[in-house]
Design a protein. Sequence first.
Length: 141
Amino acid sequence: MKKYLLIVLFLIALFLGSCGGLPIDKSGGLSETAWTLVSYNGDSLISGSSMTAFFEAGEVNGSASCNHYFGSYKTKGNQIQIEGLGWTEMACMDPEGIMQQEQQLMSLFSQAATYSIQGQVLQITTDAGKKLIFQQAEVSD
């Protein structure tokens, strides 16, 4: 019950934190791109886990290792807002720590403030300076 309450509170915080906004810029460099997370806040992912992100026309979705997520994004220049994040609610026990990692990833992702693409590397940074570093992946139809 306590775990369920924490998840609900986390989702409410994500929703409330996503209010406000940038106008949608669908012409930005993120549209129709796919990425795989390499590191977050200087840490490597747990072995056997991965996070993906697919950006298309104001929508973002992917896998956060255990659960699939979806939401919308807006860009203006190098600014980005990721809003309305939701995800499936599977509980994964293997590898150890996967659920805690997933919560950290989704929290950082929802706090996105700026982004840059250099070659095949996408860097998303929060206002607090925490970074998500992605490597470009192939877009599949």
